[in-house]
Design a protein around this ligand. Structure first.
Ligand code: TYD
Ligand code: MG
Length: 462
């Protein structure tokens, strides 16, 4: 009897869940319209494909006491970029699989290439499914690093990639990008859910068995998640997201998952003519913009990951030309701004309902620290009153629905960062300073418990 060796299944492009038939809504994650048809070998779906363990019986795990487990202190591989090391949690762990995600054109290939070109201690295989060796060489020349240990190959077949690896025996592998690599074991085309998943699993297995770290580059889709299934994020050891605005030069490298380090670290880079430059002092982003006191400008102390830095908030409030006032925000949550406007209207008595309000965070940054609330309302008010906020004043505080200013985290860090940048005064929530020794700071600390108090300090000088 002829045996049917392939079957058709539907995969959710959101969560990677498998369904035997098409449905409008994924039964696993509940998303609508995400199921895509794919052909997989009949015995076990792509995700259930067994690992190619040699002698599976002998490699059965052993039960051990935690205290008996010996940890070989294998050093992490230090990457040339200090920012990348920080985000990785202190270097690249041998045998780890790291996914670098980001929108097309944001600089993922540049980031990885720039790093591997300067590594001397081991051979590196860079597999590109997107660009020819000539294109990569041109980029390497632009970055201007030697790259004596870096080997390039243009390849889209996973099996051939493993052949190259066997030949070269590299100490680090880069796959650019996972969406262009396909295994011939599966019928579906490169970039499909089952291919992405299968390739990632096989690369993981290679990384763990040979203790070789692997970087996978992955594109993200319009919604901002890594194209291909969420399961890709479950397979890898670390997910680094490279984000930013391609119109702006600044890029943030954020760790959204890390089995070997903290996920609250960020790295900051600037895209220059000759590759990415590390921005070690993030507040420099602000320092070159504030030059004089202008109305509608305030300085907030925000926290991104473990680092605090100062950002400039710009607001423009004008009388609405049409019936419905416009509200436009870049770099801040629009709903949050609407809430802050309502608080100003209701609790502090400012009439903003018939005004157009435009808000912008300078430098192309997106902030989501609630401590930015105070700077946002102060910028809006400064523009509305057309009164500038004195230079050298910065602020941090979350605003509650009744107009109260609520405590923020890591106060000491925020104060010292402001002082380091030559700020003269900082406005902070009242009662937040418990246990903080402010006598060691030269900066003037003003505590406020309500929005009105902050306005009094800023616009009437008390
Ligand atoms: P790229 O790394 O190819 O992005 P990705 O791999 O994420 O798709 O590079 C993105 C952009 O960076 C590209 O438009 C050109 C620009 N770029 C520079 O501005 N300076 C440089 O030195 C390099 C190498 C690239
Ligand atoms: Mg690329």
């Amino acid at each position: 009897m002829a045996k049917k060796s392939y079957k058709t299944v539907w995969f959710c492009s959101e969560c990677g869940g498998e369904s035997p038939k098409w449905e409008g809504r994924c039964p696993h994650c509940g998303q609508w319209n995400t199921l895509v048809e794919e052909t997989v070998p009949a015995k076990g779906g792509a995700g259930t494909m067994p690992f190619s363990r040699k002698g599976s019986a002998s490699s059965k795990g052993r039960v051990m006491k935690v205290s008996d487990i010996e940890v070989s202190d294998e050093p992490r591989l230090r990457m040339p970029s200090a920012e990348l090391n920080r985000v990785l949690g202190g270097g690249l762990v041998p045998g780890s699989l790291v996914l670098v995600g980001g929108e097309p054109g944001i600089g993922k290939s540049t980031l990885v290439l720039q790093n591997i070109l300067s590594i001397r201690s081991r051979k590196i295989l860079y597999v590109s499914g997107e660009e020819s060796p000539q294109q990569i060489k041109m980029r390497a020349d632009r970055i201007g690093r030697p790259g004596d240990n870096c080997y390039l190959v243009t390849e889209t077949s996973l099996e051939n990639v493993f052949d190259h690896i066997r030949e070269l025996e590299p100490g680090l592998v880069v796959i650019d990008s996972i969406q262009t690599i396909a295994s011939s074991d599966l019928e579906s085309s490169a970039g499909s859910v089952s291919q992405v998943r299968e390739c990632a699993v096989r690369l993981l297995q290679y990384a763990k068995e040979n203790n070789v770290p692997v970087f996978i580059i992955g594109h993200i889709n319009k919604e901002g998640s890594i194209a291909g299934p969420k399961v890709l994020e479950h397979i890898v050891d670390a997910v680094l997201q490279f984000e930013g605005d391609s119109q702006h030069m600044y890029r943030l490298l954020r760790s959204i998952k890390n089995r070997f380090g903290s996920t609250s670290e960020i790295g900051i880079y600037e895209m220059c003519q000759r590759g990415l430059r590390e921005v070690t002092d993030p507040s420099e982003l602000l320092m070159n913009t504030v030059s004089q006191s202008l109305s509608g400008v305030s300085v907030g102390v925000t926290l991104e990951g473990m680092r605090s830095f100062l950002v400039e908030v710009q607001a423009l409030v004008s009388t609405a030309a049409y019936g419905t006032p416009q509200r436009s925000v870049t770099g801040f949550d629009q709903r949050r701004m609407n809430m802050l406007l309502a608080v100003l209207e209701k609790r502090a008595g400012f009439k903003l309902a018939s005004k157009d309000v435009f808000l912008n965070i300078a430098g192309g940054f997106k902030v989501n620290d609630p401590a930015m609330d105070l700077a946002v309302v102060c910028a809006i008010l400064s523009s509305s009153l057309d009164m500038p906020i004195a230079q050298g004043v910065c602020m941090a505080g979350e605003i509650g629905l009744s107009g109260e200013i609520r405590s923020v985290s890591r106060l000491e860090q925020r104060i010292s960062e402001s002082e380091k940048l030559g700020m003269e005064a900082i406005i902070l929530p009242k009662g937040n300073l418990k246990g903080v020794d402010i006598s060691r700071f030269k900066i003037a600390v003003k505590e406020v418990s309500k929005v009105e108090e902050a306005f009094r300090i800023l616009f009437t000088g008390r």
